[in-house]
Design a protein around this ligand. Structure first.
Ligand code: BGC
Length: 257
């Protein structure tokens, strides 16, 4: 029997989930996706997560998940959501892991979304087998970060909220949202990204930087040619599925220990 887990990716616009083969990192079922409710209050989101979970379970009733994991776009410490940069303020201090577990009727482990994407790259993507410090950044509405040392995650690094070049949160200056909102050319945005990445390399001396999030689709043609860094920078391998795969894998590892 293959080890399977369910990964649920809670985002600002959609909540997506599937069964994941946690040995290979492959999705075993079609992704189920429902729109994130608005306002995205804890109770409303929990109800939608439960519905997505029920649909995934019924899409493959023969599969028995060893664990269920969900991502969340905020700081998650001991199952409690502690920040709300791009989500409803009601999440601050919410015992979200417990709330979701109750809604689903099964234990669920909750992880920051970028941390999940980082785990996916470590387990199955471009950072597989990379020793030392790996930094994974997701460039989207905000900037998420995952810091992994010898395969072990240091959770909740929140490097998108560094204060940089006069901005309280660097994500307001370098995220993909900033690029679009300010109508920046790839060249101008690339300069910002390069400055930010250089700063991170000074702080962390990583072996590798991995860029994920929607904008990483443009890595080869628009981003890589403009970055001059001594540290290798590469695009994430898992893209859309990173959250689902990473959190399912992480949950299955947590369940075993
Ligand atoms: C949040 C992070 C999250 C990132 C990407 C940031 O604004 O603070 O927790 O990982 O956005 O969603």
């Amino acid at each position: 029997m293959r080890d399977v887990a369910i990964g649920i990716d809670i985002g600002g616009s959609g909540i997506k989930a599937a069964f994941v083969d946690v040995a290979s990192g492959e999705l075993m079922t079609e992704r189920v996706r429902l729109a994130t409710p608005h306002p995205a209050t804890p109770a409303a989101v929990a109800a939608t997560v439960a519905e997505v979970y029920a649909q995934v379970r019924s899409s493959a009733p023969e599969l028995a998940p060893v664990a269920v994991g969900a991502t969340f776009p905020a700081v998650v410490r001991s199952g409690v959501t502690l920040s709300a940069a791009n989500v409803d303020a009601a999440w601050i201090g919410d015992r979200a892991e417990e709330r979701f577990s109750e809604a689903l009727g099964t234990p669920l482990s909750l992880l920051n979304d970028a941390d999940a994407a980082g785990m996916a790259e470590i387990g199955f993507g471009v950072a597989r087998d990379v020793r030392g410090v790996v930094l994974v950044l997701t460039l989207g509405t905000g900037i998420g970060s995952a810091l992994v040392v010898d395969g072990t995650l240091v959770p909740n690094t929140e490097l998108g909220h560094l204060s940089f070049r006069g901005h309280d949160s660097v994500e307001d200056w370098v995220s993909d949202r900033a690029r679009r909102a300010e109508g920046l050319s790839w060249k101008r945005w690339g300069k910002r990204l390069e400055a930010y990445l250089k700063h991170l390399t000074v702080l962390f001396s990583p072996e590798l930087i991995v860029l994920g999030g929607g904008v990483s689709r443009r890595f080869e043609d628009k981003i890589a040619p403009r970055l001059e860094l001594r540290t290798p920078v590469t695009a994430a391998a898992l893209r859309n599925e990173a959250g689902i795969v990473g959190v399912a894998w992480h949950a299955s590892r947590t369940a075993r220990t």
